[in-house]
Design a protein around this ligand. Structure first.
Ligand SMILES: NC(=O)C1=CN([C@@H]2O[C@H](COP(=O)(O)OP(=O)(O)OC[C@H]3O[C@@H](n4cnc5c(N)ncnc54)[C@H](OP(=O)(O)O)[C@@H]3O)[C@@H](O)[C@H]2O)C=CC1
Ligand SMILES: O=CC(=O)O
Length: 372
Protein backbone atom coordinates (compact mmCIF):
# COMPACT_ATOMS: atom_id res chain seq x y z
CA UNK A 1 0.00 0.00 0.00
CA UNK A 2 1.41 3.38 -0.90
CA UNK A 3 2.15 6.03 1.69
CA UNK A 4 -0.53 8.17 0.08
CA UNK A 5 -3.26 5.56 0.47
CA UNK A 6 -2.27 5.01 4.10
CA UNK A 7 -2.75 8.67 4.61
CA UNK A 8 -6.26 8.72 3.24
CA UNK A 9 -7.37 5.69 5.20
CA UNK A 10 -6.02 6.96 8.48
CA UNK A 11 -7.24 10.50 7.99
CA UNK A 12 -10.28 10.34 5.81
CA UNK A 13 -11.65 13.41 7.61
CA UNK A 14 -8.98 15.62 6.16
CA UNK A 15 -8.26 14.14 2.77
CA UNK A 16 -8.40 17.51 1.05
CA UNK A 17 -5.77 18.95 3.32
CA UNK A 18 -3.68 15.81 3.01
CA UNK A 19 -3.66 16.09 -0.71
CA UNK A 20 -2.69 19.75 -0.45
CA UNK A 21 0.22 18.84 1.79
CA UNK A 22 1.31 15.97 -0.39
CA UNK A 23 1.03 18.05 -3.52
CA UNK A 24 3.07 20.70 -1.79
CA UNK A 25 5.91 18.27 -1.39
CA UNK A 26 6.16 18.19 -5.14
CA UNK A 27 5.05 21.64 -6.22
CA UNK A 28 4.92 24.51 -3.72
CA UNK A 29 1.27 25.55 -3.31
CA UNK A 30 -0.30 28.76 -2.01
CA UNK A 31 -1.37 26.85 1.12
CA UNK A 32 2.16 25.89 1.94
CA UNK A 33 3.51 29.32 1.21
CA UNK A 34 1.15 30.64 3.89
CA UNK A 35 3.32 28.71 6.31
CA UNK A 36 6.62 30.09 5.20
CA UNK A 37 7.21 32.49 8.10
CA UNK A 38 6.89 29.59 10.50
CA UNK A 39 8.79 27.07 8.44
CA UNK A 40 12.37 28.22 8.93
CA UNK A 41 12.27 27.02 12.52
CA UNK A 42 10.68 23.68 11.78
CA UNK A 43 11.57 21.80 8.67
CA UNK A 44 15.11 20.55 8.99
CA UNK A 45 13.94 18.50 11.94
CA UNK A 46 12.13 16.29 9.55
CA UNK A 47 15.25 15.57 7.63
CA UNK A 48 17.58 15.06 10.53
CA UNK A 49 15.81 13.40 13.37
CA UNK A 50 14.40 9.89 13.68
CA UNK A 51 10.94 10.87 12.45
CA UNK A 52 11.72 9.57 9.02
CA UNK A 53 12.08 6.08 10.33
CA UNK A 54 9.12 6.30 12.72
CA UNK A 55 7.71 2.85 12.13
CA UNK A 56 4.09 3.01 13.22
CA UNK A 57 2.83 6.03 11.34
CA UNK A 58 3.98 6.12 7.75
CA UNK A 59 1.72 9.14 7.45
CA UNK A 60 4.35 11.14 9.17
CA UNK A 61 6.93 10.76 6.47
CA UNK A 62 4.29 11.90 4.00
CA UNK A 63 3.76 15.09 5.95
CA UNK A 64 7.46 15.58 6.46
CA UNK A 65 7.96 15.82 2.72
CA UNK A 66 5.91 18.97 2.75
CA UNK A 67 8.25 20.53 5.23
CA UNK A 68 11.49 19.38 3.69
CA UNK A 69 10.44 20.70 0.31
CA UNK A 70 10.27 24.16 1.80
CA UNK A 71 13.84 24.37 2.93
CA UNK A 72 17.25 23.23 1.97
CA UNK A 73 19.26 25.07 4.61
CA UNK A 74 21.36 22.62 6.61
CA UNK A 75 22.07 24.96 9.53
CA UNK A 76 18.51 25.33 10.81
CA UNK A 77 17.66 24.17 14.33
CA UNK A 78 15.32 21.23 14.72
CA UNK A 79 11.71 21.96 15.73
CA UNK A 80 11.49 22.42 19.46
CA UNK A 81 8.18 21.44 21.01
CA UNK A 82 6.95 22.67 24.38
CA UNK A 83 4.37 20.75 26.42
CA UNK A 84 2.57 22.31 29.39
CA UNK A 85 0.26 20.34 31.67
CA UNK A 86 1.22 16.74 32.39
CA UNK A 87 -1.92 15.25 33.87
CA UNK A 88 -3.75 12.11 32.77
CA UNK A 89 -3.79 13.30 29.15
CA UNK A 90 -0.76 15.56 28.83
CA UNK A 91 1.76 13.00 30.11
CA UNK A 92 1.07 10.28 27.53
CA UNK A 93 0.70 12.84 24.74
CA UNK A 94 4.10 14.36 25.53
CA UNK A 95 5.53 10.88 25.95
CA UNK A 96 4.42 9.90 22.46
CA UNK A 97 6.14 12.97 21.02
CA UNK A 98 9.35 12.12 22.85
CA UNK A 99 9.19 8.49 21.76
CA UNK A 100 8.75 9.64 18.16
CA UNK A 101 12.05 11.50 18.41
CA UNK A 102 10.78 15.05 18.95
CA UNK A 103 12.78 17.60 20.88
CA UNK A 104 10.36 18.22 23.78
CA UNK A 105 10.55 20.68 26.68
CA UNK A 106 8.03 20.18 29.49
CA UNK A 107 6.54 22.15 32.36
CA UNK A 108 3.90 21.24 34.91
CA UNK A 109 2.61 23.11 37.96
CA UNK A 110 3.51 20.08 40.10
CA UNK A 111 7.08 19.60 39.02
CA UNK A 112 7.34 15.92 40.01
CA UNK A 113 5.06 14.97 37.10
CA UNK A 114 7.83 16.15 34.73
CA UNK A 115 10.33 13.66 36.08
CA UNK A 116 9.26 10.53 34.11
CA UNK A 117 9.36 12.57 30.90
CA UNK A 118 12.73 14.08 31.73
CA UNK A 119 14.05 10.56 32.20
CA UNK A 120 12.76 9.76 28.70
CA UNK A 121 14.79 12.66 27.29
CA UNK A 122 12.58 15.74 27.72
CA UNK A 123 14.09 19.08 28.70
CA UNK A 124 12.58 21.06 31.57
CA UNK A 125 11.89 24.77 32.05
CA UNK A 126 10.56 26.31 35.21
CA UNK A 127 7.72 28.41 33.73
CA UNK A 128 5.32 28.41 30.76
CA UNK A 129 7.00 31.64 29.61
CA UNK A 130 10.41 29.97 29.45
CA UNK A 131 9.00 26.98 27.59
CA UNK A 132 7.31 29.20 25.00
CA UNK A 133 10.38 31.35 24.51
CA UNK A 134 12.64 28.33 24.03
CA UNK A 135 10.32 26.39 21.70
CA UNK A 136 8.93 26.81 18.19
CA UNK A 137 5.52 25.44 19.05
CA UNK A 138 4.04 24.92 22.50
CA UNK A 139 1.13 22.61 23.36
CA UNK A 140 -0.93 22.97 26.55
CA UNK A 141 -3.23 20.36 28.14
CA UNK A 142 -4.79 22.01 31.17
CA UNK A 143 -7.68 21.23 33.47
CA UNK A 144 -10.23 23.97 32.76
CA UNK A 145 -10.77 27.52 31.48
CA UNK A 146 -9.21 29.11 34.57
CA UNK A 147 -5.96 27.15 34.38
CA UNK A 148 -5.79 27.52 30.60
CA UNK A 149 -6.02 31.33 30.90
CA UNK A 150 -3.62 31.41 33.82
CA UNK A 151 -0.95 29.40 32.03
CA UNK A 152 -1.37 31.26 28.74
CA UNK A 153 -1.89 34.83 29.95
CA UNK A 154 -0.82 35.02 33.59
CA UNK A 155 2.43 36.09 35.19
CA UNK A 156 5.26 34.02 33.67
CA UNK A 157 2.64 32.79 31.22
CA UNK A 158 3.07 31.60 27.66
CA UNK A 159 2.22 34.94 26.04
CA UNK A 160 5.32 36.52 27.59
CA UNK A 161 7.51 34.01 25.78
CA UNK A 162 5.85 34.11 22.36
CA UNK A 163 6.93 36.13 19.34
CA UNK A 164 6.39 36.08 15.57
CA UNK A 165 7.31 32.72 14.04
CA UNK A 166 6.14 30.72 17.05
CA UNK A 167 2.89 28.83 17.60
CA UNK A 168 0.67 27.98 20.57
CA UNK A 169 -1.72 25.02 20.48
CA UNK A 170 -4.18 24.71 23.35
CA UNK A 171 -5.54 21.17 23.52
CA UNK A 172 -7.43 21.65 26.81
CA UNK A 173 -11.24 21.44 26.85
CA UNK A 174 -12.49 24.99 27.40
CA UNK A 175 -15.37 27.14 26.18
CA UNK A 176 -15.15 29.25 23.04
CA UNK A 177 -14.94 32.57 24.91
CA UNK A 178 -11.90 31.35 26.85
CA UNK A 179 -10.28 30.09 23.70
CA UNK A 180 -10.89 33.40 21.94
CA UNK A 181 -9.41 35.31 24.88
CA UNK A 182 -6.28 33.15 24.82
CA UNK A 183 -6.10 33.39 21.03
CA UNK A 184 -6.26 37.18 21.18
CA UNK A 185 -3.38 37.38 23.67
CA UNK A 186 -1.33 34.97 21.62
CA UNK A 187 -1.96 36.80 18.35
CA UNK A 188 -1.01 40.10 19.98
CA UNK A 189 2.54 38.72 20.30
CA UNK A 190 2.69 37.98 16.56
CA UNK A 191 2.56 34.22 17.17
CA UNK A 192 -0.03 31.85 15.66
CA UNK A 193 -2.82 30.18 17.65
CA UNK A 194 -4.72 26.93 17.28
CA UNK A 195 -7.34 25.49 19.63
CA UNK A 196 -7.26 21.72 19.40
CA UNK A 197 -9.28 19.94 22.10
CA UNK A 198 -9.24 16.17 21.85
CA UNK A 199 -11.85 13.47 21.87
CA UNK A 200 -10.56 10.25 23.40
CA UNK A 201 -9.46 9.43 26.89
CA UNK A 202 -6.43 8.07 28.73
CA UNK A 203 -5.99 4.89 26.66
CA UNK A 204 -6.35 6.63 23.26
CA UNK A 205 -3.85 9.22 24.51
CA UNK A 206 -1.41 6.44 25.41
CA UNK A 207 -2.00 4.70 22.09
CA UNK A 208 -1.71 7.86 19.94
CA UNK A 209 -5.36 7.47 18.91
CA UNK A 210 -6.85 10.84 19.83
CA UNK A 211 -9.20 12.84 17.61
CA UNK A 212 -8.18 16.51 17.32
CA UNK A 213 -10.90 19.13 16.89
CA UNK A 214 -8.94 22.14 15.72
CA UNK A 215 -9.74 25.72 14.80
CA UNK A 216 -7.78 28.93 14.39
CA UNK A 217 -4.72 29.67 12.30
CA UNK A 218 -4.80 27.22 9.42
CA UNK A 219 -1.12 27.76 8.72
CA UNK A 220 -0.31 26.57 12.22
CA UNK A 221 -2.68 23.63 11.76
CA UNK A 222 -0.70 22.57 8.73
CA UNK A 223 2.59 23.07 10.52
CA UNK A 224 1.65 20.95 13.52
CA UNK A 225 -0.23 18.26 11.60
CA UNK A 226 2.70 15.82 11.84
CA UNK A 227 2.72 16.22 15.61
CA UNK A 228 -1.05 15.78 15.82
CA UNK A 229 -0.62 12.61 13.80
CA UNK A 230 1.85 11.25 16.34
CA UNK A 231 -0.62 11.87 19.16
CA UNK A 232 -3.84 11.09 17.33
CA UNK A 233 -5.61 9.02 14.71
CA UNK A 234 -7.52 11.83 13.03
CA UNK A 235 -7.89 15.58 12.95
CA UNK A 236 -10.60 17.99 11.93
CA UNK A 237 -9.98 21.61 10.99
CA UNK A 238 -13.18 23.51 11.82
CA UNK A 239 -12.46 27.14 10.91
CA UNK A 240 -12.59 30.03 13.36
CA UNK A 241 -11.47 29.83 16.97
CA UNK A 242 -14.44 28.69 19.05
CA UNK A 243 -15.58 26.01 16.64
CA UNK A 244 -13.17 23.40 18.01
CA UNK A 245 -14.27 24.17 21.55
CA UNK A 246 -17.94 24.04 20.55
CA UNK A 247 -17.54 20.69 18.78
CA UNK A 248 -15.78 19.22 21.81
CA UNK A 249 -18.45 20.50 24.20
CA UNK A 250 -21.28 19.08 22.09
CA UNK A 251 -19.55 15.69 21.96
CA UNK A 252 -18.98 15.66 25.71
CA UNK A 253 -22.50 16.85 26.41
CA UNK A 254 -23.76 13.77 24.58
CA UNK A 255 -21.23 11.58 26.40
CA UNK A 256 -22.21 12.87 29.85
CA UNK A 257 -25.90 12.27 29.18
CA UNK A 258 -25.23 8.80 27.78
CA UNK A 259 -23.29 7.83 30.89
CA UNK A 260 -26.03 9.12 33.18
CA UNK A 261 -28.67 7.20 31.25
CA UNK A 262 -26.55 4.03 31.22
CA UNK A 263 -26.17 4.35 35.00
CA UNK A 264 -29.95 4.50 35.44
CA UNK A 265 -30.32 1.42 33.27
CA UNK A 266 -27.75 -0.59 35.23
CA UNK A 267 -29.39 0.22 38.55
CA UNK A 268 -32.92 -0.38 37.29
CA UNK A 269 -31.95 -3.75 35.82
CA UNK A 270 -30.54 -4.82 39.17
CA UNK A 271 -33.58 -3.61 41.10
CA UNK A 272 -35.98 -5.63 38.96
CA UNK A 273 -33.90 -8.77 39.47
CA UNK A 274 -31.83 -8.80 36.30
CA UNK A 275 -28.08 -9.25 36.15
CA UNK A 276 -26.58 -5.88 35.15
CA UNK A 277 -23.60 -7.71 33.59
CA UNK A 278 -26.04 -9.33 31.18
CA UNK A 279 -27.48 -5.90 30.40
CA UNK A 280 -23.95 -4.73 29.48
CA UNK A 281 -23.65 -7.70 27.13
CA UNK A 282 -27.10 -7.14 25.58
CA UNK A 283 -26.38 -3.44 25.02
CA UNK A 284 -23.03 -4.29 23.42
CA UNK A 285 -24.75 -6.36 20.74
CA UNK A 286 -27.44 -3.94 19.69
CA UNK A 287 -27.99 -0.58 18.06
CA UNK A 288 -27.10 1.38 21.19
CA UNK A 289 -23.74 -0.33 21.65
CA UNK A 290 -20.89 2.04 22.39
CA UNK A 291 -17.26 1.36 23.27
CA UNK A 292 -17.79 3.46 26.41
CA UNK A 293 -20.52 1.11 27.71
CA UNK A 294 -18.49 -2.02 26.99
CA UNK A 295 -15.33 -0.59 28.54
CA UNK A 296 -16.84 0.95 31.65
CA UNK A 297 -19.90 -1.25 32.23
CA UNK A 298 -18.12 -4.21 33.88
CA UNK A 299 -16.31 -2.02 36.42
CA UNK A 300 -19.46 0.02 37.11
CA UNK A 301 -21.23 -3.24 37.98
CA UNK A 302 -18.41 -3.86 40.48
CA UNK A 303 -18.71 -0.26 41.78
CA UNK A 304 -15.09 0.54 40.93
CA UNK A 305 -14.16 3.59 38.90
CA UNK A 306 -10.48 3.70 37.88
CA UNK A 307 -9.97 7.24 36.70
CA UNK A 308 -9.51 7.82 32.99
CA UNK A 309 -11.73 10.88 32.61
CA UNK A 310 -12.18 12.62 35.98
CA UNK A 311 -15.80 13.22 36.93
CA UNK A 312 -15.05 16.87 37.74
CA UNK A 313 -13.97 17.43 34.12
CA UNK A 314 -17.14 15.80 32.76
CA UNK A 315 -19.23 18.10 34.96
CA UNK A 316 -17.16 21.07 33.78
CA UNK A 317 -17.86 20.09 30.17
CA UNK A 318 -21.60 19.76 30.82
CA UNK A 319 -21.61 23.16 32.53
CA UNK A 320 -19.80 24.73 29.58
CA UNK A 321 -22.03 22.95 27.05
CA UNK A 322 -25.13 24.22 28.84
CA UNK A 323 -23.67 27.73 28.62
CA UNK A 324 -23.15 27.21 24.90
CA UNK A 325 -26.74 26.03 24.49
CA UNK A 326 -28.01 28.97 26.53
CA UNK A 327 -26.10 31.39 24.29
CA UNK A 328 -28.18 30.27 21.29
CA UNK A 329 -31.43 29.49 23.18
CA UNK A 330 -31.19 25.78 22.37
CA UNK A 331 -33.18 23.62 24.83
CA UNK A 332 -31.01 20.86 26.36
CA UNK A 333 -33.17 19.39 29.16
CA UNK A 334 -31.48 15.97 29.12
CA UNK A 335 -28.01 17.46 29.51
CA UNK A 336 -29.28 19.80 32.23
CA UNK A 337 -30.64 16.84 34.21
CA UNK A 338 -27.41 14.91 33.72
CA UNK A 339 -25.42 17.91 34.92
CA UNK A 340 -27.38 17.91 38.18
CA UNK A 341 -26.44 14.28 38.73
CA UNK A 342 -22.72 14.99 38.23
CA UNK A 343 -23.03 17.90 40.65
CA UNK A 344 -24.49 15.55 43.27
CA UNK A 345 -21.62 13.12 42.64
CA UNK A 346 -19.11 15.93 43.05
CA UNK A 347 -20.70 17.06 46.28
CA UNK A 348 -20.20 13.55 47.64
CA UNK A 349 -16.47 13.58 47.02
CA UNK A 350 -16.37 11.75 43.68
CA UNK A 351 -14.69 14.54 41.67
CA UNK A 352 -11.44 12.69 41.08
CA UNK A 353 -13.03 9.31 40.35
CA UNK A 354 -13.77 8.35 36.77
CA UNK A 355 -16.92 9.99 35.42
CA UNK A 356 -18.63 6.58 35.41
CA UNK A 357 -18.83 7.03 39.21
CA UNK A 358 -21.84 9.23 38.46
CA UNK A 359 -23.85 6.02 38.97
CA UNK A 360 -23.16 6.37 42.70
CA UNK A 361 -25.26 9.54 42.77
CA UNK A 362 -28.30 7.41 41.90
CA UNK A 363 -27.80 4.96 44.75
CA UNK A 364 -30.06 5.29 47.82
CA UNK A 365 -27.36 6.66 50.13
CA UNK A 366 -26.84 9.65 47.82
CA UNK A 367 -30.50 10.39 47.16
CA UNK A 368 -32.30 13.04 49.20
CA UNK A 369 -34.34 11.20 51.85
CA UNK A 370 -37.94 10.81 50.78
CA UNK A 371 -41.01 10.60 52.96
CA UNK A 372 -42.96 7.42 52.08
N1 LIG B 1 -8.92 12.54 30.94
C1 LIG B 1 -9.62 12.45 29.80
O1 LIG B 1 -10.14 11.37 29.44
C2 LIG B 1 -9.77 13.62 28.89
C3 LIG B 1 -9.60 14.92 29.32
N2 LIG B 1 -9.78 15.95 28.44
C4 LIG B 1 -9.59 17.33 28.87
O2 LIG B 1 -8.19 17.53 28.91
C5 LIG B 1 -7.85 18.44 29.96
C6 LIG B 1 -6.87 17.76 30.91
O3 LIG B 1 -7.49 16.59 31.39
P1 LIG B 1 -6.70 15.54 32.30
O4 LIG B 1 -5.33 15.37 31.85
O5 LIG B 1 -7.60 14.37 32.41
O6 LIG B 1 -6.73 16.31 33.68
P2 LIG B 1 -5.81 16.21 34.95
O7 LIG B 1 -6.66 16.72 36.06
O8 LIG B 1 -5.18 14.88 35.08
O9 LIG B 1 -4.63 17.26 34.63
C7 LIG B 1 -4.87 18.63 34.67
C8 LIG B 1 -3.60 19.39 34.37
O10 LIG B 1 -3.86 20.79 34.55
C9 LIG B 1 -2.92 21.32 35.46
N3 LIG B 1 -3.50 22.42 36.21
C10 LIG B 1 -4.66 22.44 36.89
N4 LIG B 1 -4.88 23.66 37.43
C11 LIG B 1 -3.81 24.41 37.10
C12 LIG B 1 -3.44 25.76 37.36
N5 LIG B 1 -4.23 26.58 38.07
N6 LIG B 1 -2.27 26.21 36.87
C13 LIG B 1 -1.48 25.38 36.15
N7 LIG B 1 -1.76 24.10 35.87
C14 LIG B 1 -2.92 23.62 36.34
C15 LIG B 1 -2.56 20.15 36.37
O11 LIG B 1 -1.36 20.42 37.04
P3 LIG B 1 -1.00 19.65 38.43
O12 LIG B 1 -0.40 18.36 38.01
O13 LIG B 1 -0.07 20.56 39.12
O14 LIG B 1 -2.30 19.48 39.18
C16 LIG B 1 -2.46 19.04 35.33
O15 LIG B 1 -1.25 19.13 34.64
C17 LIG B 1 -9.18 18.83 30.60
O16 LIG B 1 -9.60 20.03 30.02
C18 LIG B 1 -10.10 17.69 30.24
O17 LIG B 1 -11.45 18.10 30.22
C19 LIG B 1 -10.10 15.75 27.13
C20 LIG B 1 -10.26 14.49 26.65
C21 LIG B 1 -10.15 13.32 27.49
O1 LIG C 1 -13.27 14.26 27.16
C1 LIG C 1 -13.28 13.06 27.34
C2 LIG C 1 -13.20 12.09 26.29
O2 LIG C 1 -13.19 10.87 26.58
O3 LIG C 1 -13.14 12.50 25.11
Amino acid sequence: MSVLSNFFIKNNSCSFLSSVILASSITPSPTMSMCSTFLPQIPSNFRRNPFFSFPIKPLFSTCSKAFSSQSSKENESPARIGFLGLGIMGSPMAQNLIKAGCDVTVWNRTKSKCDPLISLGAKYKSSPEEVASSCDVTFAMLADPESAVDVACGEYGVANGLSPGKGYVDVSTVDGATSKLIGKQVKATGALFLEAPVSGSKKPAEDGQLIFLTAGDEALYEMVAPFLDIMGKSRFYLGDVGNGAAMKLVVNMIMGSMMASFSEGLLLSKKVGLDPSVLVEVVSQGAISAPMFSMKGPSMVQAVYPTAFPLKHQQKDLRLALGLAESVSQPTPIAAAANELYKVAKSHGLSDQDFSAVIEALKPQFQPSRKE
